[in-house]
Design a protein around this ligand. Sequence first.
Ligand SMILES: NC(=O)c1ccc[n+]([C@@H]2O[C@H](COP(=O)([O-])OP(=O)(O)OC[C@H]3O[C@@H](n4cnc5c(N)ncnc54)[C@H](OP(=O)(O)O)[C@@H]3O)[C@@H](O)[C@H]2O)c1
Length: 430
Amino acid sequence: VSARLRIGVAGLGTVGAEVVRLLEAERDVLARRCGRPLEVAAVSARDRTRERGIDISGARWYDSAVDLAAADEVDVVVELIGGADGVALDIADAAITAGKALVTANKALIAHHGTALTEAAEKAGAALCFEAAVAGGIPVLKVLREGLAANRLTRVYGILNGTCNYILTEMERTGRSFDAVLREAQDKGYAEAEPSFDIDGVDAAHKLAILAGLAFGARIDFAGVYTQGVRHVSAVDIGYARDLGFRIKLLGIARLTEHGLEQRVHPCMVRLDTPLAHVDGTFNAVVAEGPAIDRVVLEGRGAGAGPTASAVIADILDVARGVVAPAFAVPAGDLATLPASPMERHVGPYYVRLSVVDRPGVIADISAVFRDENLSIESLIQRGRAPGEVVSVVLTTHDCEEAGMRRALAAIEKLEAVTEPPVMIRIEHL
Ligand SMILES: NC(=O)c1ccc[n+]([C@@H]2O[C@H](COP(=O)([O-])OP(=O)(O)OC[C@H]3O[C@@H](n4cnc5c(N)ncnc54)[C@H](OP(=O)(O)O)[C@@H]3O)[C@@H](O)[C@H]2O)c1
C-alpha cells in the first residue's frame, strides 16, 4: 500500500481540530511511520463559519457528517462528535456499511453499541478503532489487546476520569468543599458546565465497560456497571482517610468473580503505598493484573486535545498500515456473555462514619448491630468528646459482604442516637 489514505474528520471541536492540526504538523514523520501519505480529504462540523485555528481549505466540507461517512473520497472515517446515539451512531453505521474503517474517541457510543458495531464491522471487513475512548492519551487498549495478549488478566482497574481526580486531589490539598472545588474546576476548564456525566461516574463507567470487555473477552455490559460518583465525598472523610493512611480516589474496577463479571465505579479508599494513591490532578492511570505479569501500571493524561488526538492518530496509523487487531482481541462472535456479579455479593473492607450523640451506650449499640450481622470491626474511633453533643464515630471493618454491610447501616441509621445517614466508603486492596 502506497496510495495516500484519505481521512474524513467528522467533528472539529477540541479533539477534531487538534487531530487535523497534528496530522498536518507531523505530516512527514507520520507518512514515514505508516508508509503512505495521510490526507484530510473531508471534514464536517455544525458551523462552517466558525474559526477553528486550522487550515481545512484542502478538505471538502460536508454539512452532513453522515454523507461524509459514506463519501467515495473518504477511506477512513474519524468520528469526533460524541454522544451514544444520534449522529455518531448514524456515522458509524454509514462507515461500516460502506466497508470503511471507523476511528472514534466516543466512549458513550462504544459502551452502548461497541459489541454490535464490532460484529457489523467484522462482517463488513471494516476496521473499528477506539483507543482514544479510554483514558485519552494512555494507549491502554493497545497494551491490553497486544502487549498483554499472553495473559489471562485477573483484574483491571484505574482512575478513569480526570475531572473527578482533579476535584478529589484539590479537596485533599486545600480542605475545601466539593462544591467550591467543582466551581473552580469549571472556571479552569477541567469540568464541563454540565458536569454530571463526569462527577456521577457515568464517563468512568463507559470506559470501564470497554476495558472489561477487552480484558475478559466479554460482550460489553454497560448496564451491569455499579456506578456511584464523587458528589457526596466530603472534606471530612478525605481528612479521616488521610489519618487512617488512605486517600480517596474514584476508581473503576473490573474482575471475574464466582458470580460473573464484577464492574464497579465508586469512591475508594486506597492505601498510601499503592501507585494509584499518587496519581493526582487530571491524570488518569490504568492497572492490569495477571499471574504472568504481576501488574502493569500505565499513567498519563486521560483527556485534552493533545493526548486524545495522539490516540486517534495512532489508530489512523494502524488503519493506514492495514494492521488492525480485533477490537476486543478475539472475533466478536467469540465474546462471552457474562452475568453481572451483583454488588450485594461484593466482599471487602469498609470505612464507615457515623454522626452520633455522645452518651453512654451508643458505641455498644453500634457494635451490637455489627456483631448481629457478623461483621468484624477492625478499628473504631470516636472523634472528640462532647457529652450530649453530636460527634463523629469512624470505624473500619475487615472483609465483609456488601449485603450485610447495607443491612447494618440501615439498622444503625434507625438508632435513636444516630443523627445523620451513615457515610460508607469501600476500602480497596490494591
Ligand atoms: N475533549 C476531550 O478531552 C476528550 C477526551 C477523550 C474523548 N473525547 C471524545 O471525543 C469526542 C469529541 O469531543 P470534543 O471534546 O472534541 O467535543 P466538542 O469540542 O464539543 O466538539 C464536537 C464537534 O462536533 C461537531 N458536531 C456536533 N454535532 C454535529 C453534527 N450533527 N454534525 C457534524 N458535526 C457536529 C461540533 O461542531 P461545531 O464546532 O460547529 O459546533 C464540534 O466541532 C467525544 O465523543 C468525546 O467523548 C473527548
